[in-house]
Design a binder for this molecule. Structure first.
Ligand code: ASP
Length: 325
């Protein structure tokens, strides 16, 4: 049980396992391996609880404000499902055009408003750093659900959880990330979390969608072996995890540039024959052609299990920041 006396923004508690209570989640850089182990242990419990009885009243009387300035299916509905399965309630704001945001209200004022009615805020926003700004204004925890092309910390957490549940370990693996590594925020969070593990990483992207140099430098500084290529064939037979991403159409100024690269990589059953017999094919979803539908029956296709895992990890995070586990 996490202590219940540390208010938000006191900083890291001496006992890292008690350090979730009242905390914002805005970047994966705030987590240690010990933190991850703790959250994954709780997520395992949440999974068995949901399978056994469906729901609990752990967060009864608590309210989540789910504030989305960008489209979402999985992240937003899994946070809602997570809160409801924990016995709490949700204020869903998914069409900001119907809120005072469309009247020109600033993010800080919107946050100041929602904190009067809720105990935790989940925020998706198109600008890098928006959740950190929101966290500065809020006196309740703010959890980032993705900020522009920056990070998507809860996706990174559920991705590592999925690697554990698919392959039993993260250390010693070769992880290949494929697609739009420049704009894909899930890749940025996952790569940063993989720094915590003894992994080899391959970044597979066309030249104009390569991983940002600063993230690559972080990997190298952390002592990781990093390869870059634009050819999936170079790594498909060696990777334990192939993490495919969509080319992020909404981040392109010039749509002809998007059209030129959108079908650069397509996972087919024939390509999967070249992959290891034991590996995990992952994708944060939505897919828009990068993985053919006839790959779905391959036992190595982990993306639907991956999205289910998102709910258990988000249940664990909500319960942790609200001091209930
Ligand atoms: N759903 C993920 C995100 O919000 C991945 C994507 O949209 O491509 O970043």
């Amino acid at each position: 049980m996490v202590g219940n006396s540390s208010p938000k923004k006191v900083g890291l508690a001496a006992d890292r396992l008690a350090s979730f209570y009242g905390r914002d989640i805005v970047s994966v850089d705030q987590f240690s391996r010990q933190d991850l182990g703790y959250i994954y242990g709780v997520a395992d419990e949440m999974r068995s609880l949901v399978k056994r009885v469906g729901a609990t009243d752990l967060l009864k009387g608590h309210v989540l404000a789910n504030l989305f300035y960008e489209p979402s299916t999985r992240t937003s509905s899994s946070f809602i499902a997570a809160m409801v399965r924990l016995g709490g309630s949700v204020i869903p704001i998914h069409g900001v055009q119907y809120s005072s945001v469309s009247k020109g209200e600033s993010l800080p004022d919107t946050i100041r408003t929602l904190q009067c009615y809720s105990d935790v805020i989940v925020l998706r926003h198109p600008e890098i750093g928006a959740s950190a700004v929101a966290a500065r204004y809020a006196n309740i925890p703010v959890i980032s659900a993705g900020d522009g092309t920056g990070e998507h910390p809860t996706q990174g957490l559920l991705d590592i959880y999925t690697i554990y549940s698919e392959l039993g370990t993260v250390d010693g693996l070769h992880v290949a990330m494929v697609g739009d590594l420049k704009n894909g925020r899930t890749v940025h969070s996952l790569a940063r979390l993989l720094k915590l593990y003894d992994t080899e990483m391959s970044f597979v992207a066309p030249d104009n969608l390569r991983l940002p140099q600063d993230i690559r430098d972080e990997m190298v500084a952390a002592g990781r072996t990093v390869h870059e290529t634009d050819r999936l064939q170079d790594v498909i037979d060696r990777a334990d995890v192939v993490y495919v991403t969509r080319v992020q159409r909404e981040r392109f100024q010039d749509l002809s540039e998007y059209e030129a690269v959108k079908d650069y990589y397509v996972i087919t059953p024939a390509l999967m024959q070249e992959a290891k017999p034991r590996m995990a094919l992952m994708h944060p979803l939505p897919r828009v052609g990068e993985i053919q539908y006839d790959v779905d029956d391959d036992p190595r296709a982990a993306y639907f299990r991956q999205m289910e895992n998102g709910m258990y990890v988000r249940m664990a995070l909500l319960a942790a920041v609200l001091g209930k586990v």
